[in-house]
Ligand binder design. Structure first.
Ligand code: ITT
Length: 236
């Protein structure tokens, strides 16, 4: 064999070796990636409010696959007839459990204003009528607050989780004041007229990350996340 031939053959051999070991590495990595995707925990969130869905997805992060009602084929307006937010959260979660036979979570939220004896509270969504019109709700609240010196209020959220036929509640609350006019255009619902304690901006002037870090929903969802993590660890 000539020297040149020998060099060519050994170069081919070295290249083949590198190629094979790369393929081996790829094969090792690929199932890991697949496994990670499968490990994502699926949670059905019983809400018709796209903003809530987006917030919960952001707060829980990529580890969870938070599924909305349309993804389980539910287009109904789930009844909310309780006079407490915990009652409504449970009612929504139980409805989905009963009709769609799946574990799920539901969130009910209210804005409780001290000078209005806790109104709109559990009726926050329908404060200005059955239409769920957020602009009309804010307008009515600002009208009812005209001239009030005590502007203290709190947002409260209760999340009901039904998992393996067990019911759990998680609560979050943030205190603040009702501003005299609307400020900001982020967020939704009453965000533009609620200024949390310690801030000189309304929720609608904060970024989504800033709101989620201190909000009623952020607090409740982080408790839920701890519970889910504990459950998962216990099952393994
Ligand atoms: P689902 O019942 O389908 O979850 P909803 O919009 O009816 O959605 P709630 O009854 O829990 O939700 O909420 C009452 C109202 O309070 C709601 O219509 C919003 O306008 C408002 N709201 C809820 N969370 C809010 C938040 O984080 N910031 C501002 N307003 C909020």
């Amino acid at each position: 064999m000539k020297t040149n031939d020998f060099e060519t053959k050994s170069t081919i051999f070295v290249r083949l070796f590198i190629l094979l070991s790369c393929r081996k590495k790829c094969r090792v990595q690929y199932p890991d990636v697949q496994k990670k995707q499968h490990m994502k925990q699926r949670i059905v969130f019983a809400t018709n409010n796209a903003h809530k869905l987006q917030e919960v997805r952001q707060i829980l992060g990529a580890e969870y696959d938070v599924v909305g009602l349309d993804q389980i084929g539910c287009n109904e307006d789930i009844p909310e007839t309780s006079d407490t937010i915990s009652g409504n959260a449970l009612q929504k979660a139980r409805y989905i459990r009963q009709h769609y036979h799946t574990d799920c979570m539901a969130d009910d939220t209210g804005l409780f204003v001290d000078a209005l004896d806790g109104e709109p509270g559990v009726y926050s969504a329908r404060y200005a009528g059955e239409g769920h019109d957020a602009a009309a709700n804010r307008c009515k609240l600002l009208r009812n607050m005209a001239g009030k010196t005590n502007r203290s209020a709190s947002f409260r959220t209760v999340i009901a989780l039904i998992q393996d036929d067990r019911e759990q509640l998680f609560e979050g609350r943030v205190d603040g004041v009702i501003t005299s006019e609307e400020h900001g255009d982020h967020g939704f619902g009453y965000d533009s007229i609620f200024q949390p304690v310690g801030y000189d901006r309304t929720f609608a002037e904060l970024t989504a990350e800033e709101k989620n870090a201190i909000s009623h929903r952020g607090l409740a969802v982080r408790q839920l996340a701890l519970h889910l993590l504990k459950n998962t660890n216990e099952r393994q």
